[in-house]
Design a protein around this ligand. Structure first.
Ligand SMILES: Nc1ncnc2c1ncn2[C@@H]1O[C@H](COP(=O)(O)OP(=O)(O)OP(=O)(O)O)[C@@H](O)[C@H]1O
Length: 277
């Protein structure tokens, strides 16, 4: 597992000169015990146990419908567990107000009638705009490389640029845990690779705890310290990805790990009763 302590700003790749100063945000521990979730008669998650130390980057993979987004929604406080508990930080109970988690979704969900700066300020709450909020939003836009475009409208942006605004909006409140639900799923391959680099650099700078739900095993392995696989509502793989960063796409180490995870996913698929002859 990567050592969080070693991620000092001096190791960081520069992005338009924007990553020299670390922000004050730091990650938070996440502890999940006996987590279950049912929708009506259908049980989706079964007694999940998971501990994520502050600052770790964890990717969650698994077949479509296995419950990845359900887990993320529970962690983000967007839904209530049917059983079990989710705790943040040393000994802290579930926090209703001042929730430490922000989410970035696959769709940017920008307000078309608000300029980019105002869209990012929304990440600080719906209170009226203050000078500090405007400054924070401007900094967040700068961090995603859109500082010069604060007064533009969402409609003039490409899909990748809209996702960068969504990232700025998620970052502006300096969350202690940032959850990503397929954030790059709708982007073309090149933009996706660029965005992966941006996500990694921002995470290295801010040291928040990261929970990434993705279909893309290669993306999980490029970004995460640890990859978790959910199958049948349970964690069936918990793999440390102990490779130096930034990771080289197409390297033998990554390819071997990817093959191992894909093999497991495919074998599980073949084991399913509907595939029996
Ligand atoms: N609000 C809901 N009401 C009823 N069923 C739901 C609800 N939310 C999710 N489900 C069901 O829970 C199961 C898991 O859904 P979830 O979205 O967590 O899967 P996923 O692994 O994220 O899938 P995908 O990779 O396709 O996005 C699915 O069968 C889904 O239909």
């Amino acid at each position: 597992m990567s050592d969080v302590q070693e991620r000092t700003p001096k190791n960081l790749p520069d992005f338009d000169g924007l990553f020299r100063e670390p922000s004050l945000a730091t990650g938070i521990d996440l502890s999940i015990r006996g987590l279950g979730k049912s929708f009506g008669e259908k049980q989706i998650l079964h007694g999940l146990d998971l501990k994520i130390p502050a600052g770790q980057f964890v990717a969650v993979v698994g077949r479509s419908g296995c419950g990845k987004s359900t887990l993320l929604r529970l962690v983000a406080g967007l839904d209530e567990p049917s059983e079990g508990e989710i705790r943040f930080g040393e000994g802290a109970g579930p926090r209703k107000n001042d929730h430490p988690v922000r989410v970035m979704f696959q769709e940017p969900r920008l307000l078309p009638w608000a300029r980019l700066l105002a869209n990012v300020e929304i990440g600080l709450g719906m209170q009226s705009s203050t000078r500090e909020n405007t400054q924070s939003a401007q900094e967040a836009l700068r961090a995603v490389g859109l500082g010069e475009r604060a007064q533009e409208w969402p409609s003039v942006l490409s899909g990748g640029q809209k996702q960068r605004v969504a990232l700025a909006r998620a970052l502006v409140s300096k969350p202690r845990l940032l959850a990503f639900d397929e954030p790059l799923g709708a982007l073309d391959a090149l933009t996706r690779i660029e965005m992966q680099g941006l996500l990694e650099r921002i995470w290295l700078r801010d040291k928040f705890t990261a929970l990434l739900v993705t279909h893309d095993v290669s993306e999980a392995l490029t970004l995460a310290d640890r990859v978790i696989m959910i199958e049948g509502g349970r964690i069936t793989l918990d793999l440390d990805v102990d490779l130096p960063r930034p990771r080289r796409r197409g390297s033998v180490d990554l390819a071997l790990l990817e093959e191992k995870i894909l093999d497991l996913l495919l074998r599980k698929e073949l084991d399913r009763p509907e595939y029996e002859i």
